[in-house]
Design a protein around this ligand. Structure first.
Ligand code: GLP
Length: 264
């Protein structure tokens, strides 16, 4: 894992946007396949990518995108659907065609079949080149709550009380938060070629400490990322505050910057 401890969410957004730009520019004719996440954590990265699109001509025209998850029962147009969230906060402001963006359909008549078909659609697209992730305060990624199988595939999941409480800020009351979601599985996420996870704030500190330094365990689903060969973790000082070896990560980052400079 590459750990970047940054001074602000905005700086974190620039680090994440750099990875997206690298993948977009490096993609062949068939275009990059982006794995997108909702939640507040990726917003600074999306804002930076929108700026690069507008001011520097960064194009998403030949890319395709897959969302991580969707609430069961919410139609695409619902104010709190993740499909709508990603359109309003990202897609509507860049040149990625809306038809190139897929999410698990929360209103599918047969959510179990929809989950299976979603994995298949990702596979048919050639797999995800770069997946952005946030992390829940209980260590979940996408909606893989504690106890999720580390090899899980896209499926219908029940949300924990802590996630419902965390996400109720977007709804009028906790009772309105759907209790089930369709979520890419941990095994699905691990198939992305590159992964970047971003987190800010003290309420993520325990989850980030486990993600980076804990033992791999279904108790903290994000720890499965330790098994992936290309993961970048971008965290601010508060989210990094539970890390035992933060000075080592800063040192390693300085060395990498020097090495890259030498290679140019
Ligand atoms: C939700 C989403 C996750 C997201 C998490 C954290 O539960 N399913 O994909 O990472 O919330 O959200 P935030 O970034 O707003 O803290």
């Amino acid at each position: 894992m590459e750990i970047h401890i940054v001074d602000s969410a905005e700086t974190g957004g620039i680090v994440v946007a750099d990875l997206f730009e690298e993948v977009l520019r490096g993609a062949g004719e068939q275009g990059a396949v982006l794995g997108l996440a909702t939640g507040s954590s990726p917003l600074p990265a999306y804002a930076e990518l929108i700026r690069r699109h507008r001011e520097e001509g960064l194009s998403f025209a030949s890319a395709r995108a897959f969302l991580l998850d969707e609430y069961v029962g919410l139609p695409d147009e619902h104010e709190q659907s993740y499909h709508r969230f990603i359109r309003e906060n990202f897609i509507d402001h860049i040149d990625l065609p809306e038809s190139a963006v897929q999410s698990p359909r929360g209103t599918a008549e047969d959510p179990v079949a929809e989950a299976r078909a979603y994995d298949e659609r990702i596979r048919e697209a050639g797999g995800v080149d770069l997946q952005i992730l946030g992390i829940g305060s209980n260590g979940h990624i996408a909606f893989n709550e504690p106890g999720s199988s580390l090899g899980s595939r896209t499926r219908v999941v029940g949300l924990t009380r802590s996630t419902i409480a965390d996400n109720s800020r977007y709804f009028d009351s906790p009772e309105e938060v759907p209790q089930r979601a369709l979520s890419q599985g941990l095994g699905t996420i691990l198939e992305a070629r590159r992964i970047v996870l971003t987190a800010t704030g003290e309420n993520k500190a325990a989850a980030v400490a486990q993600l980076v330094e804990g033992g791999i365990s279904a108790r903290w689903p994000a720890t499965v990322l330790q098994m992936h060969q290309d993961v970048t973790v971008v965290v601010d000082e508060a989210a990094a505050s539970g890390l035992e070896l933060s000075e080592d990560y800063r040192h390693a980052r300085t060395l990498r910057i020097i090495e890259r400079g030498n290679a140019r």
